[in-house]
Design a protein around this ligand. Structure first.
Ligand SMILES: [Zn+2]
Length: 382
């Protein structure tokens, strides 16, 4: 089959790779109908992940049709249209039983090979190198889905593919940000990054009762989109005094909850400048820590991949802030989000600004990486 693979730093290619096969009783094979670029892919493009190999198939966010099922699968049949959560999780370990699938103990096949200082036991993830379990991703014609009863979800009939594909990762990531940020009715929420996850964080914050959601970016199209679809107030950091605006729009205190959803910086510059270490972008994080009201909550979402320098620890402690990381969503929210999509309460299709055949995957990633031509997400069809 054909798949979009990592080839070398900065280079992707569509290659012929072996078809996936059932390996365990709880696996299914899915024929992919849609797959989307995601922010967590960007550190890969520069080759920053350990254990990345030429030929690794990318793609964390995808949707397709079940074409083969293992004998231990109970909830799926051949022909089911399913969205597959980005986290690979067993469903039975201590974390999974609490709904914390992204912390699963059993889906990280190659943990022993990972530098323990670099990252520690989170769940596996589709379309990531062996450092995240080595599960081939959805930018392919077919994918093996382990623990399918846990991670694959039937898509309601009324929800089309272009909407449902974002229930895999972007929508549950946004929901998780609002949840771990403990957004409450009346809160003012500030979000750095108006990409898909930032926008869906805004949507989720409004659903939880936030009265104002402020979103910070520098791309006009994204800011307008967040305003139109997610009721967020746009702030352009090239033009606006962000600290002053956030203070003024939150009664002088600062936002109750600050969410950093900037993902990874453009991959090219980082690899060149930092050689893969100290590569994460601290400016938005620092701004969030300084802007947040005293005893407020700062949430940092995924796409980060290493260390930051000059973290304002003093501000964190003196101002009694809580810092919450959320690198990858759990699976438990996917059915709820699909239901909201079916009720037309959650619309995500506008995020797929570019639709391309998989054969043009490298081009789609270049648009996505560079935020070119108003690209929020590129969505591929095999
Ligand atoms: Zn588990």
């Amino acid at each position: 089959m054909r798949a979009l693979c990592w080839v070398a730093a900065g280079e992707l290619g569509v290659r012929e790779v072996p078809d996936p096969e059932l390996r365990n009783a709880r696996d299914v094979i899915v024929r992919v109908r849609r797959s989307a670029t995601s922010g967590g892919d960007l550190p890969l493009l520069s080759g920053r992940h350990p254990l990345l190999r030429a030929g690794d198939v990318l793609g964390a966010e995808f949707l397709g049709e079940v074409v083969e099922i293992g004998p231990g699968v109970r909830r799926h049949r051949v022909g089911d249209r399913v969205v597959v959560g980005a986290s690979v999780a067993c469903g039975g370990c201590w974390y999974c039983r609490q709904g914390r699938h992204s912390c699963c103990d059993n889906a990280h096949a190659d943990l022993a090979g990972v530098d323990p200082d670099w990252t520690r036991s989170d769940a596996g993830c589709f379309g990531r190198p062996r450092a995240a379990g080595g599960f081939a991703g959805g930018h392919a014609e077919y994918v093996r889905v382990p623990y399918a009863d846990v991670s694959a979800f039937r898509v309601p009939d009324g929800v089309d593919d272009d909407r449902a594909v974002f229930a895999a990762d972007a929508a549950p990531s946004g929901w998780l940000a609002a949840e771990v940020g403990a957004v409450r009715p009346g809160d003012v929420v500030a979000i750095w990054g108006a990409g898909a996850v930032g926008q869906l964080t805004a949507w989720a914050a409004v659903r939880r009762g936030a009265t104002r959601v402020l979103i910070v970016d520098r791309y006009e199209e994204r800011l307008r989109m967040a305003e139109r679809h997610c009721a967020a107030e746009p702030l352009d950091y090239r033009r606006d005094d962000i600290a002053a605006e956030l203070r003024d729009r939150s009664g002088g205190r600062g936002p109750d909850v600050c969410v950093v959803a900037v993902g990874a910086p453009p991959a090219r510059s980082v690899a060149d400048r930092f050689g893969g270490q100290h590569a994460d972008r601290p400016d938005a994080l620092r701004e969030a820590v300084h802007a947040c009201r005293k005893s407020g909550m700062v949430v940092v979402l995924g796409g980060t991949a290493g260390f930051v320098d000059a973290f304002p620890l003093g501000a964190l402690t003196e101002r009694r802030l809580t810092l919450h990381g959320a690198g990858r969503p759990d699976l438990r929210d996917v059915p709820m989000l699909l239901d909201r999509m079916a009720r037309d309460e959650l619309r995500t299709e506008h995020l797929a600004t570019h639709r391309l055949p998989l054969a043009r995957g490298p081009e789609g990633y270049a648009l996505f990486r560079d935020r070119a031509d108003g690209c929020v997400r590129a969505v591929f069809t095999p």
